[in-house]
Write a protein that binds this ligand. Structure first.
Ligand SMILES: [Cu+2]
Length: 94
């Protein structure tokens, strides 16, 4: 019974992992706080149907730009909000 429970937990953990949206890899190219924009050289983003490219994103919150500078490697999430590709989450890559 103990083993069965452990199996269930492992299964649940696996499902949660599969559902977590995969963050895209990127490298900061330019930060424009005034315009709330960031230029990122990013890897493929299946969620947005985009291949790897360098492009400008809006940011959801300009405070996200505080700690970022060109050359930083990041992991980020983006969505199309109001017709503009917008970074919703960004963190330094480990
Ligand atoms: Cu792109």
């Amino acid at each position: 019974m103990k083993r069965f429970a452990a199996g269930l937990i492992a299964l649940a953990a696996g499902a949660a992992f599969a559902q977590a949206p995969e963050m895209a890899d990127g490298e900061i190219r330019k930060v424009d706080k005034d315009a709330k924009k960031i230029t990122i050289k990013h890897g493929p983003m299946p969620s947005l149907d985009m291949p790897a490219m360098t492009m400008v994103f809006q940011v959801k919150d300009p405070a996200m730009l505080d700690k970022l500078k060109p050359g930083d490697t990041v992991k980020f999430d983006a969505e199309k909000l109001g017709g503009a590709f917008t970074v919703t989450k960004i963190e330094m890559a480990k």
